[in-house]
Design a protein around this ligand. Sequence first.
Ligand code: 7TS
Length: 405
Amino acid sequence: MENDYRKDFPLLKANKDLVYIDNAATAQRPECVIQAEKKFYEEENANPLRGFYPLSLAATDRYQGARETVKDFIHAKTADEIVFTRNTTESLNLTAYSYGLSHLKEGDEIAVTIMEHHSNLLPWQIVARQTGASLRFLECEPDGTFSPEVLKQGINEHTKLLAVTHVSNVLGCVNPVKEMASLAHQAGAVVVMDGAQSVPHMPVDVQDLDVDFLAFSGHKLMGPMGIGVLYGKKELLQEMPPFLTGGEMISSVSRESAVFAQVPQKFEAGTVNAAGAAGLQAAISYIQRLGFETIMKKEQELTARAMEGLAKLPYVKVLGSPDPKNHTGIVAFVIEGVHPHDVSEVLAADGIAVRAGHHCAQPLLEYLGVRNATRASFMFYNTPEEVDQFVESTASVRRRMGYGE
Ligand code: 7TS
């Protein structure tokens, strides 16, 4: 192994021959994240934000400390702008049900890109159906770029909300969200950014991008499953109605009504995932110790190596830009004549874990004229040797499926 990041990851250490390149689905967790969750349960476990005894105060401190860490990580103005959720999907649904249903009306338009993950599409379909607003799709070029005309027409005086992913989980391209947000704001719309595939891999600064909402998941950035984040500008969160109601999100309740707590507690009904927040905090610290410069350099090298290898196979077509520089660690591809499920099974037989299917982006695949694809997604802890194994195995698929080459 060329790098020694793998030693930080118990699962990778225990499975020396595993080539895990399904990182866009979920990353592996370093030891420090697993320990942070364990430490919470062993030393700090009590229901946070409720008790006044020392243990509950310790749990509260850990939970709110994690919020501060997230705030600094994405450069939010205040920790009140950070709402903990279960995952990206819940963060986006919260935004749709709370902001969308209360702000949109008939005649309004919701601009969504054609490359959204279903998590940033289905909630807006529901908002459109319930409010009478309509969806307008921003269609990209096959390489994932948007022409200025598409953006100008799609983001117009009727647009009240722009739903855009920072990085496509299929094409691996980075969208020009800052420019798109500026157009949306000129039109009077708010911007909801899906950061599931960007926040783990590059610096994301919500103030610089000027997005109104940002959603991401802990598990894709090496944190625990079951903890996610919704960032929202405070003035927007403050005037939004709650999404879920019940314990911990109120300041007082009478028989007939309730006064809700301040943000972010207003959006965190019920017992929170404090251990998950502690693990997420540890994951962010791990990323910060490594630095995005190193992470991006490693991931770019791995992606370039993979794409150069695949480019030599005439029956393999990579989705999106042919230039590795326009891909984060994500490389989705089709092999002529072979179903992606078969591709992934052949790779699995060689110990290689990739994802195959529609990647929860069916409108994009349909638009690109492919039904399914296989996807490799690299993370800094992968090695050039693993990339070579993946390319070699992919090169053997057609022969092993009986195509003779
Ligand atoms: N948005 C994007 C861009 C994603 O890639 C994903 C998950 C989600 C939202 C949903 O995240 P969750 O944590 O709420 O599930 N994407 C994938 C994937 O590409 N393969 O498995 C999950």
